[in-house]
Design a binder for this molecule. Structure first.
Ligand code: HEM
Length: 433
């Protein structure tokens, strides 16, 4: 990792994208070919595609299986006693602390999920939507569109808006753009800590050291805000810090440290995932100008365009698990302690479940939900918010950037990646409003 990589959000993002890319720009034909041979692949397909695998273990020698079909991925994700999410704990090696909802199970997991359901209720989010999310996103797009008519949407807009929304959602002070930018860069560096290739030990160690540093700084920043808001009695609002300070479940309240620890990984879960997902929505529409026009002229298609993009090119393509006991899947014996990759990117194009799966078509009424937000007891807690943000952002782009199209003078590489998928840059031009 270069010094530059840890200094700017865009550089950190581009470096992270490179780490995800692997050796196939378009892995779907490979997924199709393998799925036709059998929905359980006996090997670590992610690693074979040249991307550090989350399930291979720190020594890289664990037995690994890859699930390619929708039905087996669904069954596995609905069976957490056999397919455990604890594998994340090892992959992130303490970078985000030990109390992370995604690593939890049993009663502790239920407590945190219930808490999150309460603090991110549709009513609370609706208030934040009107007061903060909508003006934040629309102003960003309007200012960008008015300032020029050529740009690179990842750097100019898409990396930033989900993080600004999270700022508002958490209730962090967002009046210092430099602090916000540093904070956002740190969030990416923290995620980078789980993306190590231990066959390159020096690089891996450097990456982990950077991730720990960034994560510690994020924790301290959040903790300082929580402490000062509690001391000032500033916790009446609908933002998460206010709600968590007020939280009381039959006498069980949260300390400042518990609040900071809870929010730190939530930030990592909410930023990059949404940026990449929205980038895919925009990229798929720009690649198909007639569909972009259709959505522009009929806004009832905004939600279907997003949902279909989440199926066809979800930002999260891989969900890792470790087996807690021996299990038999489709005649394949999987011993306890094996790494299992749910390749949801492949499952989302499984013809056994989705009609005409290799085509992006928002007119098809899909009978089954895509798995890009996961499934079962760890299913994404931010899905409602993420879709809300993407709808806002797409409408704003359509409203304020007339005639938006790829920049004919710049190179567009397309959507790439194995674990996460998105373009790393979207160069565009638009007409003066
Ligand atoms: C398009 C954007 C997003 C995508 C694609 C996405 C994807 C996912 C996926 C696949 C999981 C399940 C992982 C697993 O089972 O191993 C997950 C879990 C989670 N997501 Fe999201 N996410 C997005 C946005 C958000 C946002 C905006 C938030 C928060 C505000 C959020 C918070 C969480 C949390 C807390 C979990 C863990 C839930 C649990 O373990 O019980 N996500 N997300």
């Amino acid at each position: 990792m270069t010094a530059n990589e840890s200094n700017s959000i865009n550089a950190a993002f581009v470096a992270l994208s490179k780490a995800y890319t692997g050796n196939l720009a378009d892995p779907y034909p490979k997924y199709k070919e393998l799925r036709e041979q059998g929905v359980v692949y006996q090997g670590d397909l992610v690693a074979e595609l040249g991307v550090p695998s989350l399930v291979a273990g720190r020594t890289g020698d664990r037995k690994v299986f890859t699930f390619l079909g929708a039905d087996i991925c669904t069954k596995a994700l609905l069976d957490p006693e056999t397919f455990s999410s604890k594998v994340y704990e090892e992959a992130f090696g303490g970078v985000m602390g030990d109390k992370v909802v995604l690593f939890m199970d049993g009663e502790e997991h239920r407590f945190y999920r219930n808490m999150m359901t309460k603090i991110m209720s549709p009513a609370a989010l609706k208030k934040m939507y009107d007061a903060h999310f909508k003006p934040t996103i629309r102003t960003m797009v309007e200012e960008l569109a008015g300032s020029k008519n050529r740009g690179e949407l990842m750097a100019d807009l898409i990396l930033d808006f989900p993080l600004r929304v999270i700022y508002k959602l958490f209730g962090l002070p967002s009046d210092d753009p430099k602090a916000m930018d540093e904070f956002n860069t740190r969030a990416l560096l923290m995620v980078f800590g789980g993306m190590c290739d231990f066959r390159k030990p020096e690089e891996a160690q450097q990456r982990i050291a950077n991730a720990f540093k960034a994560s510690g700084e994020i924790y301290e920043q959040i903790l300082a805000v929580v402490k000062s808001r509690r001391a000032a009695g500033d916790y009446q609002g609908d933002d998460l810090i206010a709600q968590l300070i007020r939280f009381d479940d039959n006498g069980r309240t949260l300390s400042d440290e518990e609040i900071a620890q809870f929010l730190r990984p939530t930030m990592a879960a909410a930023g990059e995932t949404t940026s990449r997902a929205f980038a895919n929505v925009i990229a798929l529409l720009l690649e198909r100008p007639e569909m972009l026009d259709e959505v522009r002229n009929d806004r009832s298609l905004v939600r279907p365009a997003i949902d279909e993009a989440m199926r066809f090119e979800g930002s999260v393509s891989v969900i890792p698990r470790i087996t807690a006991k021996d299990v038999e899947v489709e005649g394949v014996h999987i011993p306890a302690g094996s790494g299992v990759t749910m390749l949801v990117g492949a499952a989302n194009r499984d013809p056994a479940v989705h009609e005409n799966p290799e085509v992006y078509d928002f007119h098809i009424k899909r009978k089954k939900q895509a798995m890009s937000f996961g499934m079962g007891n760890h299913m994404c807690m931010g899905m409602f918010l993420a879709k809300m943000e993407m709808e806002l952002a797409l409408n704003a782009v359509l409203d304020f950037m007339p005639g938006v199209r790829f920049d004919p003078d710049a190179e567009y590489e397309g959507i790439r990646g194995v674990q996460f998928r998105s373009p790393s840059a979207i160069p565009v031009v638009w007409d003066a409003p």
